[in-house]
Design a protein around this ligand. Structure first.
Ligand code: PLP
Length: 389
């Protein structure tokens, strides 16, 4: 057999294995319209969206933005890294706006949440750093930790007592100059959340500790101004690296860091995905800025989402399912993968687009339906769904 064919044979076998395990992933073409999604001509209520405030689906908002943005400012490429010629005024305007909202702390933008998480940690953490990470953090942070020279330990999910115990154990170890605790505020799979006020209290007991908190699922959704759980728990000034993604409730693309200005200056010099990648197009920055101003005023929508989330959490528990959620991400934990997939298929057939989540994304025997609510979902939709669970 020729070289190329034997290589392809190897990868083809891997695909076959995934197929046999029921774990093959494929793209599906979909068309989205308001709260509905159409796949293979079958229209369903979209309960798998990250557009938590319905802003990405809002055609009027888009129209307003383009009306307000003259052609000269509709640049579709920055053509360069920000350190070369890519630093357009739109970047600085959005960073200034973020900085103003986040109590005057420094703000730095990234091309995506993934870039952010694989870039910041390796730049900051050297071999004298110990990273303590929640067991269920997002893959992007795990990749960031792996790219760094730091040693790392995982603590049990959302178990701050376990975290404290590990901090006590390693704090006096001369090998480490710094300890970075890495967590999410709202977790993407369980929909539960870290008690950030308690986390900050723990940090204050250990001088070597810095906090890294990812608010990907909380920005826009929590806090009176939508600044995330850090605003809700009044700890904006106490989190050393407050990060989030702009592609979910913020209806755009990118990532942001809120930090001390020294950290910002340092990252501009040391963070490889920031230095060696073409910056986002200025028009995306202008759009994020436009959305960020809108989002701050959407508190009644946030309250509505919170109310609907609570009634769904309660209904799921009442049906006898385990449901750890305290947020708009509501898992229905079924356990076995095959049962979960079957249930998801039945619900999709009935018009509810809900995705099954299986190992390795979640632990063994914790397969679940992952329901993600947006402000576009109606109470009547939820009532109907609950009867089918
Ligand atoms: C989605 C997500 C990211 C990645 O953000 P992108 O902008 O999509 O790259 C990072 N962290 C968490 C917790 C996420 O849920």
């Amino acid at each position: 057999m020729s070289g190329v064919n034997s290589h392809l044979e190897h990868f083809s076998q891997q695909i076959d294995e995934l197929k046999q395990q029921g774990n093959l992933r494929q793209f599906t073409t979909n068309i989205q319209q308001q709260r509905f999604i159409t796949i293979d001509h079958h229209q369903m209520l979209n309960l798998a969206s990250n557009d938590y405030l319905g802003l990405a689906a809002d055609a009027q908002l888009r129209e307003q933005f383009f009306d307000e943005t003259p052609n000269a400012q509709r640049r579709m490429s920055s053509s360069s890294s920000r350190l070369l010629t890519g630093n357009f005024p739109e970047y600085e305007q959005l960073e200034a706006r973020l900085s103003q909202a986040f109590h005057g702390r420094a703000a730095l933008l990234f091309n995506s949440g993934y870039h952010m998480n694989i870039g910041i940690l390796p730049a900051l953490a050297d071999s004298k750093t110990l990273i303590l990470a929640d067991k269920l953090i997002h893959a992007s942070m795990i990749d960031g930790i792996r790219l760094s020279k730091a040693k790392y330990i995982r603590y049990r999910h959302n178990d701050l007592a376990h975290l404290t115990q590990l901090l006590q154990q390693y704090h006096d170890d001369a090998e480490f100059e710094r300890m970075i605790v890495v967590t999410e505020s709202i977790f993407s799979m369980d929909g539960d959340e870290t008690d950030l006020a308690a986390l900050v209290q723990i940090k204050k007991q250990f001088s070597k500790v810095m906090l890294y908190v990812d608010e990907a699922h909380a920005i826009g959704v929590r806090g009176v101004q939508g600044l995330g759980c850090a605003e809700q728990y009044a700890v904006i000034d106490d989190i050393d690296f407050l990060v989030g993604a702009l592609g979910k409730a913020m209806a755009s693309i990118g990532g942001y860091l809120i930090c001390h200005s020294v950290i910002r200056d340092y990252l501009i010099n040391r963070m490889r995905p920031l230095i060696f990648s073409t910056a986002q197009p200025p028009i995306c920055m202008a759009w994020t800025d436009f959305i960020f101003q809108k989002v701050q005023a959407l508190n009644s929508q946030r309250q509505h989402l919170q109310q609907m989330s609570q009634s769904l959490q309660q209904a799921v528990q009442k049906k006898g399912f385990d449901c750890p959620s305290t947020s708009h991400i509501v898992p229905v934990i079924i356990g076995e993968s095959s049962k979960t997939v079957e249930k998801a298929k039945a619900l999709q057939k009935a018009g509810f687009y809900i995705m099954p989540v299986r190992p390795p994304t979640v632990p063994q025997h914790r397969s679940r339906l992952r329901i993600s609510l947006t402000t576009q979902i109606l109470h009547a939709d939820i009532d109907q769904l609950v009867t089918l669970l």
